[in-house]
Design a protein around this ligand. Sequence first.
Ligand SMILES: [Zn+2]
Length: 353
Amino acid sequence: MKIKDVISVLETIAPPKYQESYDNCGLIVGNADATLTQALICLDSTEEIVEEAINRGCNLVIAHHPIVFGGLKKITGKNYVERTVIKAIKNNIAIYAIHTNLDSVHTGVSKKISDKIGLQNCQILSPRKGLLKKLSVLCPIEQANLLRSRLLEAGAGKTGDFAETSFNLLGVSTLSHDANAQHGTLRIDTVFAAHLEGKIIAAIAAFATSAPISYELSALDNLYSKIGFGMIGELPQPQDPSAFLSYLKQTMQTNCIRHTRMLRKPVQKIAVCGGAGFSLLPDAIAQKADVFITADVKYHQFFDAENHLILADIGHYESEQFTIELLGELLTEKIPNFAPILTQINTNPVFYL
Ligand SMILES: [Zn+2]
């Protein structure tokens, strides 16, 4: 197996198209064509992690946070980012980052947190817009079933937001050279996730060699319930707020939870966002969450909770630490006979006294 084979699976789990504009997901260092020895999964691909990869026989490091964010102008080893890149290149180790794209998928970072704390009926807290497309394709009626199945194979009709996988409208086409000649035509409408556009067009192009096909694509402004940040769900039973926070502290293995005033009502509806998710506070309030769990909340931001809910900061590393386990599980599930190794190093740069 080559490194690129693992990358292509990672990119079906979390398509790079779903990363934020400031992000730098993907292969950061290394050669995707190299044969894979073993993969090491971590949150932060630091020098220590590259050292661990060398010692454990891995030539691929899969990290949540990209080691290079804003670009490198010089690589002289003057800081930990440059030293990590140099060490990885010298030792033929590839570094791949799966960051805000993994935050955005409904099976990603925040879902893992929700599962850890036992939330049920989970939905994306802040679904994103502009990630759905609609295809309308005209096809001779005799070939429509085949074309429809090719489109569905390419991923059309599986967004989960619409009950039907396709909508079919029967019509009549006329021919320009003979106004009396008509033939039955089916218009197939279907919706798909924008990152699949290349595959859908390729399916039409392959089909168009056997039948005349015309199609139209349009971008939809609908929210896409499967892609977005954060997660909201419910505890099986209402809980006393302080008992819940103690349970959260233990479950998320954090030494410290910074939180707003404890409200005097049981909590059940819980919103979460791994990492720095404060910007989702209005979504959590609008959806009547009792608690919003995230990290990197600043002093003045705690005021914004305004007693609508309990805002709880559990620490950035702590909120995302189970992402390592998540990536291991997803890759093992999707690639037969492959078990990537999980780092044994805690890269949290924050300590508590
Ligand atoms: Zn993070």
